[in-house]
Design a protein around this ligand. Structure first.
Ligand code: AMP
Length: 541
């Protein structure tokens, strides 16, 4: 057989040549602004020329601080195709995390959306290695940058550059894109996707055991491009000639439904929180969404009631599981042929089956592999060509034992697997709270809460929340009874945390339950919360 490198450049050229009619279309708040794949390819080449002039070389990191839109797709295409590495920065990071990540990844250039430029501006004093910032969708004056950083406007920068770029030959195992996870303890960790891993993953996204997408589809990509590459959709779209509808910064249920009414997408992807909001809005203002053949939902467990609610609306929810470390497609719940309606539903609520390229096993506390009997639980470990083998570090990649086990990725998810290979997540070993699709490290939150001198000790656990899936609950001990005041505690955190991370639910006790070795016993805290043992004060009520 012949051989050839699986490269992003090849995908860019293919999509441009073969699917001139496929489109990337972005919501402006009033309407859609459109670009064909041919135009995206032209701009990708222009951006590559402009970046070369700014001194970007092979392997250099070019970051984005952007919403899902046409310009972000241009960066997705042009930056890896020229041999540089696209680093997508999460817009919801705390300032400390953002500064840490920009420095750790050694970002040289950052593309920023004008609407979030003031936010980025605050970080740049702490990121001395950044040389250029390129402002998209607005004037360069949107950003006030410290001395030493040159600010450009995207349109002006690429104007007049040739629409063809001699893409360099690359090794398919070279880095193409990187994305940071939130750290369970300490700092966020970088995952680096290669050209090859992205190519293979895109094939899986489009395959019938994945999202089953093709040239006749139009996909509303709600999951952010800064969150595991929008679940791989930008590259799967190039491969399959799939039209992508981008919501930009309009992520509330009302504009999302407006976008649907206008663009009539056949498919969509987002976390459960988004669909909960959409369902609530639909109840108040009915609208036909049956143009959505399927929506893939993951990032957190999908409640069975949500699957039923969307069935009634004529839209089928497909439950999927994945992680930043798994590119992210890890498993997809597609029931087998010929089962009864009840059995089919039971398959659909699981996290699904693993594709042929992803191997999975369950490991118990003693390190013993568990059978696939649908009952024995263990930590889920996976391996495969789009599963990360290490975390990025400038000093050399790290694959420490807490996260990797003989070449398998330890997911931190506790699961069972049925004899016919359907996985169900039953618990989580990592001490993280997932709220509205974004993570809060409970350990970091505890430390921030305890940085208040009024607090003697505080444990934080995730508790179920109707709107956000999970929210943090703080069990605190105060030194002076007068400080057992939720509003006082929240006011202290206001300057230290992004608003969405500040806990609403608090209880004040004499002592936080501890394990035999004196650690906070979060299992007990969680259980006692569930049993209603604490007098919880909720700042929302
Ligand atoms: P992230 O790296 O932010 O994408 O988060 C990955 C983690 O989200 C997984 O390890 C799980 O803990 C959780 N997760 C993702 N998909 C699901 C799902 N379908 N059901 C339950 N948890 C999920």
């Amino acid at each position: 057989m012949q051989d050839g490198e699986l490269s992003i450049a090849a995908l860019v050229e293919y999509s441009r040549r073969v699917f001139p009619e496929a489109r990337i279309t972005t919501w402006t708040g009033e309407g859609l602004r459109d670009a064909s794949f041919a135009e995206i390819g032209d701009k990708a080449a222009q951006l590559a020329h402009a970046l070369t002039k700014l001194g970007v070389e092979r392997g250099d990191r070019v970051a984005t601080f952007m919403w899902n839109n046409n310009e972000h797709q241009v960066a997705y295409a042009g930056v890896p195709a020229m041999g540089a590495v696209l680093h997508t920065l999460n817009l919801r990071l705390s300032p400390e995390q953002a500064v840490f990540i920009i420095n750790h990844a050694d970002d040289k250039v950052i593309l920023v959306d004008a609407s979030v430029a003031p936010l980025l501006g605050k970080y740049l004093a702490g990121t001395p290695k950044v040389q250029h910032v390129i402002v998209t969708n607005g004037p360069k004056e949107a950003l006030e940058a410290p001395e030493g950083i040159t600010v450009h406007a995207f349109d002006e920068l690429i104007a007049g550059e040739p629409t063809v770029f001699e893409w360099p030959e690359i090794d398919e195992r070279d880095p193409a894109v990187m994305c940071y996870t939130s750290g369970t303890t300490g700092d966020p960790k970088g995952v680096v996707y290669s050209h090859r891993s992205i190519w293979l993953h895109s094939m899986q996204v489009n395959s019938s055991s994945g999202m089953a997408l093709g040239n006749a589809d139009s996909v509303l990509a709600i999951v952010p491009m800064f969150h595991v590459m929008s679940w791989g959709l930008p590259y799967a779209a190039m491969m399959g000639g799939i039209t992508l509808v981008m919501p930009d910064r309009f992520l509330q249920p009302e504009p999302l439904l407006q976008i649907m009414a206008e663009a009539k997408p056949s498919f969509a992807a987002a976390v459960p929180t988004i669909w909960q909001g959409v369902a609530a809005r639909l109840a108040a203002a009915p609208q036909d969404i049956s143009h959505l053949r399927e929506v893939v939902v993951g990032g957190a467990a999908v409640p069975p009631s949500m699957i039923r609610a969307f069935d009634e609306l004529g839209t089928r929810i497909v439950h999927a599981w994945g992680m930043t470390e798994t590119s992210p497609l890890g498993s997809v719940a597609r029931p087998p042929f010929g089962v009864s309606d009840d059995a089919e539903f039971a398959y659909r609520v699981t996290q699904g089956r693993f594709p042929s390229s992803v191997q999975a096993r369950l490991i118990d506390d003693e390190g013993k592999e568990q059978p696939w009997d649908g009952e024995s639980a263990g930590e889920l470990e996976v391996r495969g060509p789009w599963i990360t083998g290490a975390y990025y570090s400038p000093e050399g990649n790290v694959s420490d034992e807490s996260k990797f086990h003989d070449g398998w990725l330890r997911t931190g998810d506790v699961a069972t697997i049925s004899p016919d290979g359907f996985m169900t997540i039953v618990d989580r070993t990592k001490d993280m709270i997932k709220t509205g699709g974004e993570w809060i490290s409970s350990v970091e939150l505890e430390n921030t809460v305890m940085s208040n001198p009024a607090i003697a000790e505080a444990a934080v656990v995730g508790v179920p929340d109707e709107k956000w899936d999970e929210r943090p609950f703080v069990l605190a001990v105060v030194k002076d009874a007068a400080d057992a005041d939720v509003e006082k505690q929240r006011a202290f955190l206001a300057d230290l945390l992004p608003k969405w991370q500040i806990p609403e639910r608090w209880a004040f006790v004499d002592e936080v339950p501890k394990t035999s070795v004196g650690k906070f016993d979060k299992k007990v805290v969680r259980a006692e919360y569930g049993e209603g043992k604490y007098q919880v004060v909720d700042s929302r009520s």
